[in-house]
Design a protein around this ligand. Structure first.
Ligand SMILES: Cc1cc2nc3c(=O)[nH]c(=O)nc-3n(C[C@H](O)[C@H](O)[C@H](O)COP(=O)(O)OP(=O)(O)OC[C@H]3O[C@@H](n4cnc5c(N)ncnc54)[C@H](O)[C@@H]3O)c2cc1C
Length: 512
């Protein structure tokens, strides 16, 4: 069968993830061609970061480049697509390279926002966005002493830490009262500031940049030498990195006459609303009015790949955004609404001695926000509770204590009367049937657990339940074929079966 042609524009993580998912589902459906304006094959911002941009060898040896080779994908790096003929379905790069498509995937990402202040074109003023920026920052750090990072958000603090590690004197200029004010509350922002100050970083809070001053005699040209604020103050700088936000890169999309608002407007299958053959995923896409960052890439990629693979219709319904700082020794995680407000309830745990701060925001019986500083072990659990929008019902009291303290899951009907499964197991009897042993917490059994056992016994015609001792109860006579279903109905994940002869004493299953 003749393959269809898929062209991907943009060699960032969004495009790479979508292709990865697509090939899992339909490896033979498309001939695939990738165009990337960046010479680095993929994910250029994340590895290395400010501490070092990719070298030529790293670029050549990129796993994405090799992955493309392995899957017969044509990869054009350093080739910016400048034109798409939607009638003839042809993509054209700046150097004249062309590729025809049946489906087109737009993953053009975002562009850095630069403050519109005088002096932003001076030498030594950079954004922190792509591999060229990373390299330029790296080079400046070799030669110069004073760095100013404008923007105390996630990327700004990451680049500032990298520069500090490279021996520069670093000041961070932030327009708000506390760091990462879009993701953290004032307490966590304050703890973060203290930790970074202890490493030698300086902060200028509530500071409004008015101009960047050059080292030429009139202050308007040459290399940057200072940042001037609206209150007249100045801070010396021979490198200024602006990390004050991004905007979706819709330059090409607009030229193609795709409908763009904040980003390229897509529906729930990530198809552009203008042209059903064209999809947009990642930071360039606007879904229900929101252009998401990295947190949404995996989910968007899966839905787009599903549709491209023609295996059915998954729907993307939006994602909660989360933030995690990648600075060694600082553990920080935030997701959702961490400020709370009307109609919300806030749970706070603060331990100044161990430097742990935890804030959970609830609306009704749903977790809507979590802010963790110092101990982020439960971050992914809170993220999942929030993403699944699950009721926290009977775990409300233990929510703050964390995942380990909670055995029953909320809102799951099968959670009613669930047994702790750490030491439950099944044994294979001489006659070929199985016997499940259920542990009882402190010798107690709840009415819900009793009901569950009775239901299972009736459903699978089990002869009887047996009180084995004051700490466990046994269900014998389970047919081998029914075992999986019985585990399920007891609210336990399927486990291994142990031979009676082996006398496995404690546990035959691994904890999930
Ligand atoms: C400094 C910094 C640090 C970050 N740190 C983190 C972090 O720690 N954790 C995290 O989760 N997220 C982080 N992010 C965010 C994360 O990098 C982005 O969310 C992610 O890269 C978005 O992926 P994308 O593929 O949509 O866009 P991008 O990564 O922007 O990729 C888009 C690609 O498309 C290419 N392109 C654009 N136009 C064209 C064209 N016309 N033709 C061909 N190619 C084109 C671009 O060159 C680019 O390579 C960080 C971002 C920055 C700037």
């Amino acid at each position: 069968m003749k393959k269809m042609k898929l062209v991907l524009v943009g060699n960032g993580p969004a495009g790479a993830r979508t292709l990865e998912e697509l090939l899992k589902l339909a490896p033979e459906l498309y001939d695939i061609t990738v165009f990337g304006a960046d010479p680095q094959p993929e994910g250029h911002r994340l590895p290395g970061g400010p501490a070092g941009g990719p070298t030529a060898e790293e670029t050549a040896a990129s796993p994405f480049r090799q992955w493309c080779r392995d899957h017969d994908i044509v990869l054009h790096t350093g080739k910016k697509v400048v034109e798409v003929d939607r009638l003839r379905r042809i993509v054209r790069a700046a150097d004249g390279t062309e590729a025809a498509y049946d489906r087109l995937l737009m993953c053009t990402g975002s562009l850095p926002f630069l403050l519109p202040v005088p002096g932003r074109d001076l030498e030594g003023v950079l954004a922190y966005h792509d591999s060229a920026d990373t390299r330029a920052i790296h080079e400046a750090a070799e030669t110069f002493r004073n760095a100013v990072v404008i923007g105390g958000g996630l990327p700004g603090l990451e680049v500032a830490s990298g520069l500090l590690m490279r021996g520069m004197r670093v000041s961070v200029v932030h327009a708000a009262n506390w760091l990462m004010d879009g993701q953290l509350d004032d307490v966590a922002g304050g703890l973060l500031r203290q930790a970074l100050e202890a490493r030698g970083m300086r902060f200028l809070m509530n500071a409004r940049t008015q101009a960047l001053v050059g080292d030429r005699y009139d202050g308007f040209g040459g290399r940057v030498k200072a940042v001037r604020f609206q209150d007249g103050g100045e801070v010396p700088a021979d490198l200024v990195v602006m990390a004050v936000g991004i905007r979706p890169n819709v330059e090409l999309a607009r030229r193609m006459r795709l409908h763009c608002e904040h980003g390229i407007v897509v529906n729930d299958t990530l198809q552009t609303i203008t042209d059903a053959r064209i999809y947009a995923v990642g930071e360039c896409a606007a879904h229900r009015g929101i252009a998401y960052g990295r947190a949404a890439l995996d989910e968007q990629a899966r839905v787009a790949a599903n549709h491209l693979a023609q295996v059915g219709i998954g729907r993307y319904l939006g994602s909660p955004t989360s933030a995690q700082l990648k600075v060694t020794g600082i553990e920080l995680f935030a997701v959702g609404d961490v400020m709370g407000g009307e109609g919300t309830e806030t749970l706070v745990m603060s331990d100044p001695f161990s430097g742990v701060y935890k804030k959970l925001v609830l609306r009704g019986d749903k977790l809507v926000g979590a802010c963790l500083y110092g101990d982020t072990g439960d971050g992914s659990w809170y993220l999942k509770l929030l993403r699944d929008s699950r009721g926290i019902g009977n775990i409300r009291e233990q929510l703050m204590a964390g995942h380990d303290k909670v055995t029953a899951q909320p809102d799951d009907p099968s959670a009613q009367g669930r047994f702790a499964h750490a030491s439950s197991h099944a044994r294979l009897e001489q006659d070929g049937s199985c016997r499940i042993t259920l542990p009882l917490a402190d010798g107690h059994i709840s009415s819900a657990q009793l009901r569950r056992i009775a239901d299972v016994a009736d459903r699978y015609a089990l002869p009887a339940a047996r009180i084995a001792d004051d700490r466990s109860i046994e269900l014998p006579g389970i047919g081998r074929a029914d075992l999986e279903a019985v585990w399920h109905d007891l609210g336990l994940p399927p486990g291994q079966v142990c031979m009676e002869a082996l006398r496995m004493a404690e546990t035959c299953r691994s904890d999930d």
